[in-house]
Design a binder for this molecule. Structure first.
Ligand code: BTN
Length: 260
């Protein structure tokens, strides 16, 4: 990792207060949870020994091949507005990755509720949000992001679900350039947090789930139920209609698209 370059572009009185880098770390989110870190701090590592995904799943990465980082950022938001950071961060990430795919017209990037990024239907990036000071108006968000960039192989249990930029494009991309693009755009477009309807609308426009048949699973549930996506509301809730005609709205859970 070229830290001098990253510091020159992002830190040293620019967007970030500080970049903390480790060759190896258990998890960038856990590090940020354990330590009192200042606003605008970025934790970055080349290898996570205990990378965490949503629902306490493992986030698998190959040493030095992918981006794994957490951005510590304070926002004044109410409890009912926390979801905006999820939608905002995944929307920005999707926009960035799209730029790298312009030469590849057959490759399609899309967002999957609540915050996955898919490339040709397989997961290329994921986001794990932790929040400190939940009861305060000023909350400390730990925005953990994993992007599969140059990894060529995945373990057998996720091989059909996961992909990377290099698997799909056959080219290697420098990790630093994607990280710099993400951070710059993240700080540049913060006005979206005040234009919530536009943010959710743009998010929806970049997702391919509206009207689609999906399997839905609750957080602690192993049972999947087939449903059709009706909408994503401005509060981030997913509206589904189940095969028996029942309609419900969910704020957490996981969907997988059904391909006919
Ligand atoms: C998911 O889609 O399940 C979320 C994956 C989030 C992975 C990132 S990698 C950097 C940060 N540190 C972690 O331990 N997890 C997040």
């Amino acid at each position: 990792m070229n830290l001098n370059f990253l510091n020159k572009e992002l830190a040293k009185d620019k967007l970030l207060h500080k970049i903390i880098y480790f060759d190896e770390l258990d998890s960038t989110n856990n590090y940020a949870k354990r330590n009192a870190l200042e606003n605008d701090t970025l934790i970055l590592t080349s290898y996570q020994t205990n990378g965490i995904g949503r629902f306490n799943k493992t986030w698998e990465t190959c040493r030095g091949k992918n981006l794994t980082f957490s951005l510590v950022k304070n926002f004044k938001l109410g409890i009912d507005e926390i979801h905006l950071i999820n939608f905002y961060s995944s929307y920005i990430l999707c926009q960035i990755l799209k730029q790298y795919l312009i030469p590849f017209q057959n490759l399609e990037i899309s967002l999957k509720w609540p915050n996955d990024i898919l490339l040709n239907g397989k997961k290329i990036a994921g986001l794990l949000l932790d929040v400190k000071n939940l009861k305060n108006n000023l909350k400390k968000f730990i925005i953990g992001i994993g992007i599969n960039i140059n990894q060529k192989e995945f373990s057998s249990d996720i091989i059909y679900k996961a992909t990377s930029l290099s698997i799909e494009t056959n080219i290697e991309t420098t990790l630093e350039s994607i990280l710099i693009d993400f951070i710059k755009n993240f700080y540049d477009q913060l006005y979206y947090l005040k234009m919530r309807e536009a943010l959710i609308q743009n998010w929806i426009m970049n997702s391919k789930i509206m009207g689609r048949k999906v399997n839905f699973k609750m957080v602690d549930d192993d049972i999947e139920k087939e449903a059709t996506v009706i909408n994503i509301d401005y509060d981030g809730g997913l509206r589904l209609m189940f095969s028996d005609g029942d309609k419900s709205k969910f704020y957490s859970g996981e969907i997988s698209l059904i391909y006919n």
